[in-house]
Design a protein around this ligand. Structure first.
Ligand SMILES: NC(=O)c1ccc[n+]([C@@H]2O[C@H](COP(=O)([O-])OP(=O)(O)OC[C@H]3O[C@@H](n4cnc5c(N)ncnc54)[C@H](O)[C@@H]3O)[C@@H](O)[C@H]2O)c1
Length: 430
């Protein structure tokens, strides 16, 4: 099938490369000329495990193409996915200006029947607006709109795309449904077919539910910490109940990234606009914000005054195996530390290039040992495997004080104590 993907970011590039791998001809479009130039020169603009090989192979085999021209992509394709960003506005609403821009553009260049599919995460009823704006700009050519929210996770995006738990299709015509079902058939995954509004809500509700699970376990962790209980065991015991499930019960510094924070906000706003209030989600957000402060408080508790102290931060990406730092906990934490006058040294295996531009006063180091050297305390913010395998004896020698604050519970508190560290983690007895 001939497909266009508008927006070649984390979702667009992964989806495009995967659809090409399944044998389709895919044109990826982006209005960022530098990004498209890099991609045509074999430079992959983001880090995602396995993506480079997948993109290069499909580009070489002429199933994957890159362009800045929406016109070319629209004219040559039957199915057009919109995968542009939907960031938060200051009031929490999703900013849909890129969606609107692209919808108008698609409409202007349609030469025959197309299915225009919303893959970006959008508030319910966005597709109604997409359809309206497209009709306003082209009332001659027949088209369908559809919603196909994406559930991939950065860090395991290719595997998630190729082996999804489910595929959600919000459609309003048999023709669009048949085309999309055929496109996804090779994945042999369960397909939920529904109306467009339900598909849009499935995505917001899923992300908000997962964020709620994280905040829930963090709230429980804070109780554990006060009474000598161990959140890891509590989560294990809870997660074995199949009604609860094990995933997303990991206490830590809270959720971040380009999806959960903005999607929770947007869902709260939708409820408000419809005349209701999603108090539960407001609490989820509040717990998450407090969790970030909690790590800062632990650093203060260990060092008292932070002015002129050196704090080593391990991990900047919002989670391991990605270079994405959007709404990452580390950014907030580093800013809080700097506001108190601390000097921050930091290391991340993949995210430092992105971090440099928004954290100008941080001393970026070439490895975790350089971060530890002379630092008053070391803080773990992202649970990269590399950090789990640290030579702790070496770290101990390099640190000025043997203080480690582990925001991701990657070390065993007993062992850390035996080694002579002043170790503090989330929701576990020392
Ligand atoms: N990142 C994830 O893990 C993930 C997972 C599921 C869903 N989503 C959703 O998918 C959407 C995209 O997310 P992302 O992380 O890929 O964003 P991104 O910022 O990485 O990519 C968006 C791309 O769209 C391009 N773009 C913007 N306006 C354009 C235009 N007019 N024409 C062509 N290109 C344009 C940008 O240059 C950028 O490259 C969002 O709605 C997000 O919530 C993201």
């Amino acid at each position: 099938m001939n497909i266009a993907i508008i927006g070649t970011g984390y979702v667009g590039l992964v989806s495009g490369a995967c659809f090409a791998e399944l044998g389709n001809k895919v044109i990826c479009v982006d209005n960022n000329e530098g990004k498209i130039k890099d991609l045509t020169n074999g430079i992959i603009p983001i880090y995602e495990p396995g993506l480079e090989q997948l993109v290069k192979r499909n580009y070489r085999q002429k199933r994957l193409f890159f362009t800045t021209s929406i016109k070319e992509a629209v004219m040559k394709s039957k199915v057009i996915f919109i995968a542009v960003g939907t960031p938060s506005k200051d009031n929490g609403d999703a900013n849909l200006r890129y969606i609107e821009e692209v919808s108008r553009s698609i409409a202007c260049h349609m030469n025959n029947y197309k299915v225009v599919v919303e893959k970006s995460t959008v508030p319910v009823e966005t597709n109604t607006w997409v359809k309206y704006i497209m009709k306003l700009n082209n009332h001659k050519v027949d088209f369908d709109v559809a919603s196909n929210p994406e559930f991939l996770k950065e860090g395991s995006a290719i595997d998630d795309f190729m082996h999804p738990d489910r595929i959600v299709l919000g459609v309003e015509s048999e023709k669009a449904k048949n085309l999309l079902v055929k496109l996804y058939e090779p994945l042999k995954a369960p397909i939920v077919v529904t109306n467009i509004q339900s598909a849009e809500i499935i995505k917001h509700a899923s992300n908000s539910f997962l964020a709620a699970k994280i905040s829930f376990i963090n709230a429980v962790a804070n109780i554990c910490e006060q009474v000598g209980a161990d959140i890891e065991k509590v989560a294990e015991g809870m997660g074995m109940d199949t009604r609860i499930g094990k995933s997303f019960l990991k206490a830590g510094v809270g959720y971040g990234g380009s999806c959960f924070p903005k999607d929770v906000k947007a869902f709260i706003r939708i409820a408000e606009k419809l005349g209701g209030e999603f108090g539960l989600l407001k609490e989820v957000e509040k717990i998450n914000e407090n969790q970030r402060k909690l790590i800062f408080n632990k650093i203060e508790k260990a060092l008292w005054i932070l002015n002129a102290k050196t704090i080593g931060v391990l991990g900047i990406a919002f989670k391991p195996n990605t270079d994405d730092i959007r709404s990452a906990s580390a950014i907030d934490l580093i800013k809080m530390l700097q506001d108190e006058g601390a000097h921050v040294k930091a290391y991340d295996p993949k995210a430092m290039d992105h971090a440099r531009s928004i954290l100008p006063n941080v001393e970026f180091c070439k490895n975790p040992y350089h971060v530890a050297k002379g630092a008053d305390a070391l803080v773990i913010v992202t649970e990269w495997d590399e950090f789990k395998k640290l030579n702790l004896s070496k770290i101990k020698k390099l640190l000025k004080h043997k203080i480690i604050i582990d925001g991701r519970n990657i070390f065993d508190p007993k062992k850390m104590k035996q080694m002579g560290f002043r170790y503090s983690s989330v929701g576990r007895p020392v």
